[in-house]
Structure formats: C-alpha cells, structure tokens
Design a protein. Structure first.
Length: 89
C-alpha cells in the first residue's frame, strides 16, 4: 500500500467515526427531548424515507454500475478511468 492510500483510508475511517458519533449525539438529543412519543416515531419514519430511497437508488446503483465500468476503463488507461470517475462523482 502506498502512503496516500493509507492516508486516504485513515481519513475515511475518521470521517465515518465522526459521522457515527454525531449521529449518536443527535439521536440522544431527540430521545431526551421527545422521549417515547408518537411525534418522535413520526420524525423517525419521515427521516427514514429519504435515507431508504437514497440507499436503494444511489448507493446500490452506484456500486452495481460504476465499479465494473471503472475497472474496465482502469485496465486500458488509468487516466481515462479517473476522468470517468471525476465526471460521474
């Protein structure tokens, strides 16, 4: 592994950890404010709908479509593969 790969992986791991911690804080604040109520249940349902749709359409589709095409382009030209990635992302 190159140093930049290790650095990028560490940065991604730290960002994910911070995201999880802030999510825990958010959920704790909402739970302390709303408790167990119908309002909080309605909030959870409302916020899960866009997350669920993003997971179905964006995450799954991106993995299924992007990775194979990127790998094929990478076999022929590293530059073309990364141009493709920068265009898509």
């Amino acid at each position: 592994m190159t140093a930049s790969t290790v650095r990028s992986t560490a940065l991604f791991a730290i960002a994910t950890l911070l995201s999880r911690i802030t999510g825990l804080v958010r959920d704790s604040l909402f739970a302390s404010y709303f408790g167990t109520s119908a309002q909080y249940d309605a909030y959870l349902v409302a916020i899960m709908i866009p997350f669920f749709l993003r997971k179905i359409f964006a995450d799954g589709a991106m993995t299924m479509a992007f990775v194979p095409v990127f790998n094929e382009k990478l076999k022929s030209s590293r530059e073309r593969a990364f141009m493709f990635a920068s265009t898509v992302l």
